[in-house]
Design a protein around this ligand. Structure first.
Ligand code: GLA
Length: 741
């Protein structure tokens, strides 16, 4: 990345006008604009549809509103108030009483700062962030960076606002660095990575809430006067709220209406909030949750906030999803398995839980291989004293007594069958009943003199400390280096509490939660570098840390501990608003389902798991010969349609929330040459109503063959496809359409 312009020069995706004060960011379908006003404040002027470049600051109509104060430098102008102006980076304590993007406590104890424009740089390429995940540009991308520097009017404190533009991907990213060039320390008490002020509009706040084993349910509520927020203070992004939020004009559907998507590339505490103010403007902020956060910056120190990514669509929610899917697949995920077909796996967890031996695993692998499975994953229970979930975490030493052999032998036996071998770890946690805890009780998060909060009987290791990370890393490498391991499941099975580190003084404790996440990222980065061919699947009790930050290190994440195919319809539907199918771990498990007791056919369980990374999580010995034959066909089907599923465009055709009878989705090839429909009947009724579901992403003028029938693309998209009538509960169909030449 080189500095191209300080003056009038312009990059493809970022334009500066001749006054040098108006900055316009362009993607194929959106435009984002800001301006340095006459007083030196950086005001937001536009985020929406791409139009010819025009100074949108005419929208920022100042009015004298009572009790909205005026900066001193505004002189007699009572119409100029930061309380009503749309801004790029509103600061706390400066007459803007809305939620702020930054709050700094100075050495004096005062928290009022006033950031004004200092300089701007337009750079070629997309910035990256030290130790943090960030979207990156590919050679073919038009990518530029704008850095705007603001300075506090009294202190030597600087804020650098980073804007990254991936023009063709329709993504704009933001990040912020706060730099203390003054002599005294400062305390950063709040730092949001992005702020967007919408001058007008009535929005819905669309977010994804849930719980363990039921993640990312859709919530859509009107943005009202006041503050509406979702977030996490659990130390992980959480099952409970996801760091992806959309603001959609009221009435917006999948294919119509204006919609904005915001994704936070961070796996720890977060806050996403919308505030509708006195004049009907809406402010949206997203960043690290301020509750467990206070960063001390000594003289010369800087803080880099994580990245947030934004997408605008004038064509409904679907286009927001498509843009995120494409960018996450191509510009965020990394490594060999970013594009390579992921092996169809079998995981022994629901098949055996803790009750297995090496022989049992080999027997499972043998039968799985016979059905076409390509990777065998040994889940929890292979190490230390780990016969149940109340002991052993932290002792990453193979339990050879339980396995009846070394890990090297076990992996060799699995490989001899022609399967790859994978293994489960939960590196961040520790059981009190473990040798590691007995040796290093101070390595777990604990508040002095207070008994820690337990969860699943376990505690959390202080990953903000390098010596703790290094010890775990070395133990893991020792395991991985002594066997042939091609896959690793990285689990994390509790929320963090008692955040306190022995490594920092009292006035720096507020840095611990963030330093923990930086430690986690560094660990994952090192692991990826050392084992570049190994596929790492993220997991946190299922989807408790399913966020764009993790996807930078692990290209797939176990979506949920709920493997019930019918519940998964909602879970995978909600997940798909931001995250592509290639990132969603999905397995066929036993029926009746272990979490819900529901019975569903093997075929339906596979239809749903095929809208994910696809694998099995059951004991093959319990399958009948007929079922084994069916599994064989399922795996062949999945492999046949793999590139359509993973690289195709994903459409949510019938929502599990809005359609009582069917949930339907579609994968369409980018060149419109074929499509695959997934249909699940969710309700049996006598004499049911006629349902026609409209397809999308086809060539309207082409004929498509499906079985022995052909249809006009336009007809399938305008009138739709009559849904098959179910004969059994939860019946499902995978229908393939091919364009006729
Ligand atoms: C978590 C994971 C499961 C399984 C168990 C093992 O709950 O989400 O898939 O690995 O831990 O303890």
């Amino acid at each position: 990345m080189s500095i191209l312009s300080f003056g009038g020069e312009q990059r493809m995706a970022i334009k500066k006008d001749t006054t040098g004060k108006l900055f316009t960011l362009l993607t194929n379908n959106s435009m984002y604009q800001m301006k340095v006003d006459d007083l030196g404040f950086l005001v937001h002027t536009w985020f929406g549809k791409r139009t010819p470049i025009f100074d949108y600051s005419y929208l920022n109509v100042g009015r004298d509103r009572g009790f909205s104060g005026n900066p001193y430098i505004a002189g007699d102008n009572r119409a100029y108030s930061l309380d009503t102006l749309p801004q790029e980076f509103p600061t706390y304590g400066n007459g803007d009483y809305r939620e702020s993007a930054v709050r700094i406590r100075y050495a004096s104890g005062a928290s009022s700062c006033e950031f004004r424009y200092e300089s701007a740089q337009i750079l070629e390429g997309k910035y990256s962030l030290p130790g943090l995940p960030a979207f990156y540009a590919l050679k073919e991308d038009t990518a530029d960076t704008l850095v705007i520097t603001l300075k506090d009017s009294t202190q030597n404190v600087y804020v650098h606002l980073y804007y990254g533009v991936l023009e063709e991907k329709d993504i704009i990213t933001r990040s912020v660095t706060v730099e203390n060039k003054g002599e005294s320390p400062i305390y950063l008490e709040r730092i949001m990575s992005t702020c967007t002020d919408f001058q007008f509009g009535d929005f819905d706040f669309i977010s994804f809430y849930g719980r363990h084993a039921m993640e990312r349910l859709l919530s859509r509520t009107q943005v009202h006067h006041g503050i509406q927020s979702v977030g996490s203070t659990r130390g992980a992004s959480s099952h409970h709220y996801n760091p992806f939020v959309m603001l959609a004009a009221q009435g917006t559907t999948e294919t119509r209406g204006e919609c904005y998507g915001f994704s936070f590339l961070y796996s720890g505490d977060f806050l996403a909030e919308a505030e509708k103010d006195q004049s009907g403007q809406t402010r949206f902020l997203m960043g690290i949750h301020p509750d467990n956060f206070c960063y001390k910056l000594d003289s010369g120190e800087a803080f880099h906030a994580p990245e947030a990514a934004m997408v605008y669509s004038a064509e409904g929610m679907e286009a927001v999803s498509h843009r995120f899917h494409r960018a996450i697949r191509n510009n965020l995920c990394r490594g060999e398995y970013k594009k390579a077909r992921r092996p169809v796996l079998i995981n022994n967890w629901e098949g055996t839980y803790f009750d297995f031996t090496g022989d049992k695993l080999v027997e499972m692998a043998e039968q799985a291989k016979d059905m076409g499975v390509e990777l065998f994953v040994m889940d929890d229970g292979w190490f230390g004293k780990r016969e149940s979930d109340n002991s052993g975490l932290g002792d990453w030493i193979v339990n050879e007594k339980k396995l009846g052999c070394t890990l090297k032998d076990l992996s060799a036996r699995i490989h001899a069958l022609g399967l790859k071998f994978g293994i489960w770890f939960e590196p961040e946690c520790i059981s009190e009943d473990s040798d590691l805890y007995r040796a290093h009780p101070d390595w777990a998060f604990k508040v002095p003199e207070k008994s820690p909060v337990r969860s699943r009987y376990q505690l959390v290791l202080d990953f903000s400390r390098k010596e703790v990370r290094d010890h775990i890393y070395n133990m893991m490498c020792n395991v991985l280096d002594n066997a042939q391991v091609e896959y690793l499941k990285w689990d994390f099975n509790r929320s963090i509490g008692d955040i306190f580190t022995t490594a920092l003084p009292a006035d720096r404790q507020g840095e611990t939660a963030h330093k923990y996440i930086l430690g986690l990222y560094e660990f994952l980065e090192n692991l990826n570098k050392r084992y570049p061919g190994m596929l790492i699947e993220g997991c946190s009790g299922g989807g408790g840390r399913f966020d764009a930050g993790m996807l930078y290190y692990t290209p797939q994440i176990w979506t949920s501990d709920d493997t019930d195919s019918i519940e998964r319809l909602k879970i995978q539907y909600g997940t798909s608003f931001c995250y592509p199918v290639s990132t969603m771990g999905a397995h066929v498990s036993a029926s009746p389902n272990h979490q819900t007791g529901r019975t569903a056919s093997l075929s339906t369980r596979a239809t749903v798991a095929m809208a994910g990374t696809f694998g099995y999580e059951l004991d093959p010995a319990k399958l009948t010969e007929e079922e084994k034959a069916e599994v064989r066909t399922q795996i062949e089907t999945f492999k046949k349609y793999y590139s359509l599923i993973q690289d195709g465009t994903y459409y949510r055709l019938a929502s599990p929330y809005e359609n009582e009878e069917y949930t339907v989705w579609e994968f369409a090839a980018e060149d419109k040459s074929e499509a695959l429909l997934g249909i699940v009947s969710t309700k049996l009724t006598a004499n049911n109503l006629f349902t026609c579901i409209r397809l999308r992403g086809l060539d309207p003028n082409a004929m498509y063959r499906m079985g022995d029938k052909t249809y006009l693309g336009a007809a399938l998209m305008e009138a739709g496809l009559p849904m098959p009538v179910p004969e059994t509960e939860y019946q499902s169909w995978n229908l393939h359409l091919v364009k006729e030449s």
